[in-house]
Design a protein around this ligand. Structure first.
Ligand code: FAD
Length: 425
C-alpha cells in the first residue's frame, strides 16, 4: 500500500466492489481496505465440504435495481427462480400458499370472498404510489389497504419475505412496499452462491487497477486541510482525496470519532439493525421431496430449498436448504432456544431430516441489514451523507428507497457517481 490515493474504499463487500468498479473506469487510483481475511462481507459464500453456503438464505430480486447495475458492470448471473408456490403453516394446519394463480384458487387459507379481496389487493399493490407512503408504517398501510384479517396476514408474511423486517409497527411503508412490488416479480437463487458475484466484481476491479488489502482495519478517518488521513490497524497512515465508507453506521461512528457531528451521532445512535437467526443445512435427501418452500403464518419462520433452483453442491443429489427466524428489534436472544425452534420448525416440514444431515451451520443473530428503515430516515440520511467533505457513504443502510443488496448496490453506484462528478468539476 503506497501512502497516497485518490479514493480509499472501506469495506470489500458488495457495495465496496460495485463502487470500485465504477470508479476504476476513471483512471483514479483506488484502494479497497477490508478488515476480514476474505472479501465479500455478507455476500460471502462458504464452501463446506462439497456445498456452497451463503450466509443464510440469499435471493436476488429479478426486477430490482441491483440486477441491471451488476449487468452494466458485466457481471453474469447464473441461477434459477424458485416457483412462487409452497406452504403456509400454523401450529396445526398447512395450506397451499396463494402466491400464484393455482394457489389462489386452491388454498384453504382464504374463503372465496377473501380470494377476491387478495387479488384486488395484488392489483392495488402494483399501482401503489410509493411517494405517498413516506409518513406511514407498514402496519398502517396493511390495515388501510384491506379489512380482511387473512389478507392482512398474507401481506405481513410477504413483507417479511421481501425485506427480512419483522417490525411492521416500526418500519416505513414506502421501503417495504417498494420491496413487496419487487418480490412479487420473482427472485433468483445464484449458482454456487453470491460469492460468484463478488469474485467477478473482484476480478474486474483488479484488472482495472484497483488494489485490495485484506486483513487490515481502518481505525480512524481524520479530516486534514486538503485531504483525508486514514489510520490503519497496521499503524500505517494513508492520505487520500476521497473516502467511501461501506461499513455499518456504528463502525463509521467509531472511525470518525470527533470528526462526526451531533446530527450524525443522534441518527446513527437511534438506528437499529435488521437481524435474524439462520440455520443453513445440507442433506443427502428430503424426507418429503415436494416440500420446497414454507412460511409460518403468525410466527416469523421461513424455509426454502435453494438447491432446487440453484447449483449449490458439487454433488448434484445433495440438498441445500435454509431455515430462518426473522427477529424483532426488541426480541431477547437465546441462541440455544432459537436453534431448537428452527430445528422443530424444520421437523414439522421434513420429519426425520436429522437422519439425512451432511452438515449444518447456525448463526443466532446475524445482521441482515444495517438499518431497520423507519419513517423520517430519508431526510436524516440525506443530511448525514453531506456532513463531512470528501467522505462518501454506501451500503445496505444508506439508500433511502431500498435496503438489502438493492440498497447496497444502488447506493454504491450513486456514491461512485458523486465522486466522479466532484472530480470532474
Ligand atoms: C442472513 C442474510 C440473508 C440475506 N438475504 C438477502 C436476500 O435475500 N436478498 C438481498 O438482496 N440481500 C440479502 N441479504 C443482505 C445482503 O447480504 C447485504 O445487504 C449486502 O451483502 C451488504 O453489502 P454491503 O457491502 O453493504 O455490506 P457488507 O457486506 O457488510 O460489507 C461491509 C464490509 O466492510 C468491512 N468493514 C467494516 N468495518 C471495517 C473497517 N473498520 N475497516 C475495514 N473494513 C471494514 C466488513 O468486514 C465488510 O466486509 C442478506 C443478508 C443476510 C446476513
Amino acid at each position: 500500500m503506497k501512502g497516497t490515493w485518490d479514493v480509499v474504499i472501506v469495506g470489500g463487500g458488495l457495495a465496496g466492489y460495485v463502487a470500485a468498479n465504477y470508479l476504476a473506469k476513471t483512471g483514479m487510483s483506488i484502494l479497497i481496505i477490508e478488515k476480514d481475511k476474505k472479501v465479500g462481507g455478507r455476500a460471502r459464500t462458504d464452501k463446506i465440504n462439497q456445498e456452497f453456503f451463503n450466509l443464510g438464505p440469499h435471493a436476488l430480486y429479478k426486477k430490482g435495481n441491483a440486477v441491471p447495475i451488476l449487468q452494466e458492470l458485466g457481471i453474469e448471473l447464473y441461477g434459477k427462480s424458485p416457483k412462487l408456490q409452497g406452504l403456509l403453516m400454523n401450529d396445526k394446519v398447512e395450506y397451499t400458499a396463494p402466491f400464484n394463480p393455482l394457489g389462489v384458487f386452491t388454498t384453504g387459507f382464504l374463503s372465496w370472498k377473501e380470494r377476491m379481496e387478495w387479488l384486488k389487493v395484488l392489483v392495488k399493490l402494483k399501482s401503489t404510489d410509493i411517494e405517498k407512503l413516506s409518513e406511514q408504517t407498514f402496519q398502517q398501510w396493511v390495515q388501510q389497504i384491506t379489512n380482511s384479517k387473512n389478507v392482512q396476514s398474507l401481506l405481513l408474511i410477504l413483507g417479511r419475505l421481501a425485506t427480512y423486517c419483522h417490525a411492521p409497527e416500526k418500519v416505513s411503508a414506502s421501503v417495504i412496499v417498494t420491496h413487496l412490488k419487487m418480490v412479487t416479480q420473482g427472485v433468483l437463487y445464484i449458482d454456487k452462491g453470491w460469492q460468484t458475484i463478488i469474485d467477478q466484481l473482484h476480478n474486474k476491479a483488479v484488472i482495472s487497477g484497483v488494489q485490495i488489502q485484506t486483513g487490515v482495519i481502518v481505525n480512524e478517518i481524520k479530516m486534514a486541510e486538503n485531504n483525508i488521513i486514514l489510520s490503519l490497524s497496521t499503524k500505517e497512515e494513508l492520505i487520500c482525496k476521497y473516502v467511501l465508507s461501506t461499513t455499518g453506521p456504528q463502525e463509521l461512528m467509531k472511525m470518525l470519532g470527533d470528526n462526526t457531528t451531533q446530527t450524525q451521532m443522534d441518527f446513527f445512535a437511534q438506528m437499529s439493525p435488521v437481524k435474524g437467526a439462520a440455520l443453513d443445512i445440507a442433506l443427502t435427501q428430503l424426507p418429503k421431496p415436494n416440500r420446497l418452500f414454507a412460511m409460518e403464518i403468525t410466527e416469523p419462520f421461513y424455509y426454502s430449498v435453494h438447491s432446487n433452483s440453484a447449483v449449490l453442491s458439487d454433488n448434484k443429489n445433495t440438498i441445500v436448504l435454509h431455515v430462518f427466524k426473522y427477529l424483532h428489534p426488541d426480541d431477547n436472544i437465546d441462541g440455544k432456544e432459537l436453534k431448537k425452534e428452527l430445528e422443530q420448525f424444520l421437523e414439522k416440514i421434513q420429519p426425520g431430516w436429522q437422519k439425512h444431515k451432511i452438515s449444518s451451520r447456525f448463526m443466532p443473530t446475524i445482521t441482515v441489514n444495517q438499518r431497520l428503515p423507519q419513517i423520517g430516515d430519508e431526510q436524516k440520511l440525506q443530511r448525514s451523507k453531506s456532513e463531512v467533505t470528501g467522505l462518501y457513504l454506501a451500503g445496505d443502510w444508506v439508500s433511502s428507497h431500498s435496503i438489502l443488496s438493492e440498497g447496497a448496490v444502488s447506493s454504491a453506484k450513486q456514491a461512485a457517481e458523486e465522486i466522479i462528478e466532484k472530480e470532474q468539476r
